[in-house]
Design a protein around this ligand. Sequence first.
Ligand code: ME8
Length: 647
Amino acid sequence: MPRNPEKFYVTTPIYYVNDIPHIGHAYTTIAADILARYNRFSGRKVFFLTGTDEHGQKVQKAAEQRSLSPKEHADKMVVNFKEMWQMLNISNNAFIRTTDEGHKARVRELLSSLWEKGLIEKRSYAGWYCVPDERFWTEKDLVNGKCPDCGRDVEQIEEQNYFFLMSRYHDALINHIEKNPSYVQPETRRNEVLGFLKSQPLGDLCISRPKKRLPWGIPLPFDEEFVTYVWFDALVNYYSGPQYLAPADTAWWPADVHIIGKDILTTHAVYWSTMLMALELPLPGTIFAHGWWTIEGKKMSKSLGNVVDPAAMADKYGVDAFRYFLFREIPFGHDGDFSEDAFITRINTELANDLGNLTTRTFTMAVKYFAGAVPGNPEAAIEPELLDIASAIPDRIEQHLRLLQFQKALDEIWKLVAYTNKYIESNAPWALAKSPETSGRLAQVIYSCLEALRYLAACLYPFMPSSMEALWKQLGFDEELGQTGLASAIKNTLPAGRKLGGFKALFPRIEKEKKKEIKSQIRRKEVEEKTEGNAAGGGGLIGIEDFAKVKLRTAKVLAAEPVKGSNKLLRLEVDLGDEKRQIVAGIGKSYSPEELIGKAVVIVANLKPAKLMGVESNGMLLAATDAEGMLSVLTTATGIKPGASIK
Ligand code: ME8
């Protein structure tokens, strides 16, 4: 993993501020955190960078919808990410925002440098543009006339723009990827990129947007009428971040690993790599594209209402259980399915049973037979076979983590857990305790189990930092495990006679009742979605206090239009007297947009914003449904002003 054995620089993608952090963001960020923690723990200097992508059309549009400036919108949304990373115990050294002055200055510097080298040209350009993806496509790229990436409608746009002469680096890029097998990983993704590059000529990259159409971006240093294409701007973060956010005593570039999702492989493996080549900057060590999570067999999407909120998971099950599950369940690089049942089963069998019981039994016996101290008997030395197994693990972890094989590292660690549990069974310390003749052996068995826990705490620390810090304390160490470092944590055997810390179970079993409660939480959004346009649905009785939580208000429809790509959804602009809002309603089969304009409708005014087909909805329109499924919107008698509350 680290090319320079002394330092390690790891990045996550910078996330779009429009989104609320979900399991996909958490997955990439926790992966980077495991690597960062592991490398710091191993004594290397580490720089771990994450952040947010704040320019471009999507952000500008979302801000307009909220009647905020794009920067105000970004300032509000960025908090979600910062808080989430704190909650998930992410140890990033810095958080970059592409609206930082430090970043903007570097983007302009790099653009000037390419311009001076003659590697940027102005051209007239006509192409198909996908607004949500902010990407141009050629006619042949389109799939059934739609964006090949997201399947949504594209717009024909003709304009003058600036192009980075990416095509010049076609051969050099193929050459680099072929010569450096670890450059694009995993192997399947490497083959995918090589296949793409070898099957067609590489085009040039449009790196500007006319300010008239899109003002929200970094102005080009050589033509202020244009702003920088959001991907060019965003990719530069990896290079600019360490320059103004890291201690100046270390030259951090190039990064050792860029961790990304498979959907953004081309922008990294092709755009970023060729940008660096043109700038004559060194290329990163590895671009690793991980797979995607589906949720209980379905694509995760806001419209399906099955988006997994990492904070809710961590809150209910514990941060470390969530971190553990994500990396134990599937090999990094593969797609995986997040199912709550699989999650709970794994926590109960592996954390509560395997590791949890091992810890509980060991501490309980140390308390019972040795008054809560490390056995002081001279015969108390770690069992040789157990020592062999335990001491082989750190090297194997290093090998696996070099290749981002988190699951394999955990497999190795679990061999020691399994072995130690068997060791307890076969040595039956409770039987040894019955006779003074076997007291020496009893001391050795308990000592060996405590030593196994010491190894386990050290090896599992990058994956489950706070639980392993707690275990370390319970083993009686004063200094924090993270501060101790891997080498010392492995070397410092437990001194006989040391008083153990107070014991508390690390991973409680999840009982069925709790599981039900969580399940209903995850499904809640789905149910909300399904009842839209079917407001009479739902059979359970609720109390007045529940009803009081729902704020119903009248609203006047000011404008209505179909949502692109949907034959059911309409985007409405409604007036609530004191504010105007956008609402997306699934009534397109029952109403034409024109029929709705001017109507006094009833909306749920205090629903959390949700996106339907990429369009934000701030509330829900109420409608009744007949036997054929035709909808009839609820209206009020005349004379009621927009915004009146309904009680
Ligand atoms: O793409 N499973 O940002 P982003 C796993 N701003 N990963 C998922 C996922 C899922 N279901 N859904 C999304 C951007 N992701 C750009 C990056 S970097 C210079 C600019 C992952 O917020 C996805 O693969 O849309 C991607 O890596 C990440 O979330 C962020 O996506």
